[in-house]
Write a protein that binds this ligand. Sequence first.
Ligand code: RB5
Length: 149
Amino acid sequence: MKIAIGADHGGFCLKEAIIEYFKEKGIEYKDFGCYSEESVDYAIYAKKVADAVAGGEFDKGILCCGTGIGISIAANKVKGIRAAVVTNEFCAEMTRRHNDANILAMGGRVISPEQAVKFTDIFLNTEFEGDRHIRRIAQITAIENGEDL
Ligand code: RB5
């Protein structure tokens, strides 16, 4: 499994903790920045990670900003991306099982680095359920393609 990870300054602390977890677990990853807590614009990192996942080079992505909101909104503008902001373990699991989310978004001003690592672990180890959810994901894709439902 190859993971693309990125953050703005507000999510930098979470990104660093998650990278430590990747190293411990031997998970292959690419860090798309940012590389310090100096103020930057989250859309830049959202696009880098979302393009990497949508292009198929990476299996999943992790994005962190202050709230997880701005960076997920930006990532969701890239075709094929389903980025979900998560603030608890239940949502980390459900967004994989039901939404087949391919990017996990979290906020450094909302959750702790320990929580971010836990949610990442759940997200990366939970499979999509398929079944009726396939139809619902197809509807999301149809919206993305400007089709009627
Ligand atoms: C940056 O101050 C902050 O706005 C950003 O990290 C994020 O929370 C936006 O949604």
